[in-house]
Structure formats: C-alpha cells, structure tokens
Design a protein around this ligand. Structure first.
Ligand SMILES: C[S@@+](CC[C@H](N)C(=O)[O-])C[C@H]1O[C@@H](n2cnc3c(N)ncnc32)[C@H](O)[C@@H]1O
Length: 289
C-alpha cells in the first residue's frame, strides 16, 4: 500500500541473488536501513528542487519509512482509507507505526476539526519530526513515542512490544490503520496490536492494515522459512520483512474479536495484484454486538 509496486518487488527481490548480498549479510540491519534511506533521500532531490515546499519533507536517512515518493504514497494511503475503509472527515483515526507522518500529512488537510488523529511509533526521531512539522498546522494531532523494542527500528527500546497499551481510551476510535508495519513485527506483537485495536475501536469501527500474506498457490516468495507459517527476508534480522500464512493472520484477527470484511486485496510484491498497492491489504471490523 505505502510502497510503490516496483519498490515492493525490489525489497523482497534483494533476498535473492544480489551481487551485494555477501556484503549486505555482514552489515547490521540498522546500518542497511540507514544506507537505503540515504539513497531514497538522493532520489528525492529532483522533486525537492522542483518544488521548494518539499524541503520540509523528512529525510529518510534519519528514519526510513520505505520507498516511493513520500507525498504521492501518503496521498495513496489517504485514498485507500477513504475508498476502501470509508473514512469520513469527522472520524477519529489511529495510525499505528505512524513513522514520519506520511499518512498524517494528507490527513491534516482531510480531517475536519471535529475529527481527530492519534499516531504512535517506536522511533523517537520519527515522532519528534512529526511533532515539529504538524505543531502549527494541526495542534490537535497527537503523536506518541512508544519506547518499545524493535531490533530494526528501536534497538534500545525499554518495553516489550507484546505489552504496549495504545494511547487511546476504549471505544474512542472510528478507524485504525497500519501501513507497512505488520511486515516488521513478529506474530505475538501483531496479535497484541490487533487486540489493542479492538479495544480502542468503537463498535462497527474498522482497521485497515497491510501485510505480506502467504497463500497456497500464489507463488514462491524470495524469503526463508523462519517459524511454522512465517517466512522472513533475513533470518538474522527477521523484523526487516516478515510474511505470514493467511490462516495464521485470520486466526489472530478472530482471536482479537475482529471480523475480516472482504477478501484480502493482493499487492504486487508476489505475483498478480488485485489492487494498486505493493503489500497485501486487509480490512477488518469490530462487530456491533
Ligand atoms: C516501513 S515504516 C512505515 C511507517 C508508516 N506507517 C508509513 O507508512 O509511512 C514501519 C514503521 O513501523 C514502526 N514500528 C516498528 N515496530 C513498531 C511497533 N511495535 N509499534 C509501532 N510501530 C512500530 C517503525 O518505527 C516504522 O516507523
């Protein structure tokens, strides 16, 4: 969803047969992410030179949220929130793993003052950047730093991600979304975030998230087996990219008390896509009981 279709294929493609593979294998995941971010920053220079307003966009060397044009991919996320999840201007939204505000930027224009936005991320740099950039435009937007550990994104995080309580009261949110986040979390953390989302959502509220979904007959991903039903790009640093069996994801969605609303939309990362996005797109709902 957030990644361009070709970028997503490229990310997974790195696992197979790249000439740089032997060097990359010996480089810590954090360093690899910084180098990839620096490359994205160099690629962003033409757009920044054409439109001076874009110098205010965050630099990926400091916190890399993935490939594609920052503004265009943020606008694509907003379109999907509106077209697929039915987002309205007066809704309260929760952005899990908000990164440097790729979705918050178009949401700052879209959401009415009666609506609301809460985002959180494990990266202090990313959260500080959002607070700085949105303070004047949308003082009502809230950005929280979750100091939980992620071996790729917050190496020194002090708390366990399986215990993190989302920064919102019960039944206060109309729409939760997580773009390119579950592709970097182990299954118990995904399960926890689904349960917390169910708690935070109003009855009938929705959750749109992306994932790499393993479906029999879909194709062979360039990933390595890690645990039953789980494949990863790099077994030494699983959080770089993780894919789950569809059955595993359906089970944790159901355990959280959420319903899958429609068939998973397939992204371009593996074989034929059924929508305009790199990762697979899941829409789930908290039932009205
Ligand atoms: C590929 S980036 C995507 C960022 C953002 N969602 C976007 O689309 O621009 C993945 C994000 O997940 C964050 N992250 C990693 N572990 C997390 C966790 N346990 N809870 C919340 N965010 C997490 C990272 O810091 C990073 O900002």
């Amino acid at each position: 969803m957030t990644e361009s279709r070709s970028t997503e294929r490229g990310v997974i493609g790195l696992a197979s047969g790249s000439l740089l593979r032997p060097i990359a294998d010996r480089t810590p995941a954090v360093v690899r992410r910084i180098c990839a971010g620096a490359w994205l920053d160099v690629s962003s220079l033409p757009a920044r030179l054409r439109d001076p307003g874009r110098w205010n966009e965050p630099w990926q060397t400091f916190h890399n949220v993935g490939g594609g044009d920052f503004r265009a991919s943020g606008e694509a996320i907003l379109r999907q929130l509106v077209d697929i999840a039915g987002l309205r201007r007066d809704w309260r939204v929760l952005d899990i793993g908000c990164g440097t505000g790729r979705a918050a930027a178009p949401l700052a224009e879209f959401l009415a003052p009666e609506g609301g936005y809460v985002g959180f991320d494990v990266s202090r740099i990313a959260v500080d950047s959002c607070r700085r950039r949105f303070r004047r435009r949308r003082p009502d937007f809230a950005f929280h730093h979750a100091d939980v550990a992620n071996p790729v994104y917050n190496v020194r995080g002090s708390a366990a991600p399986e215990q993190y309580v989302f920064p919102c009261p019960d039944q206060s949110i109309d729409l939760v979304f997580a773009t390119s986040v579950f592709t970097h979390l182990r299954l118990p953390v995904v399960a926890r975030q689904l349960r917390e989302s169910a708690r935070a959502l109003k009855p009938g509220g929705r959750f749109l998230f992306t994932a790499y979904t393993l479906i029999p007959g879909r194709g062979e991903p360039a990933l390595s087996p890690f645990e039953p039903g789980v494949m990863v790009l790099d077994p030494k640093a699983p959080e770089r990219a993780i894919a789950f069996d569809e059955t595993l994801l359906r089970a944790v969605v159901a355990e959280a008390g959420l319903d899958v609303v429609e068939p998973v939309r397939l992204g371009a990362w593996l074989g034929e896509a059924t929508y305009e996005g790199g990762q697979d797109l899941w829409l789930v709902e908290k039932p009205v009981r």
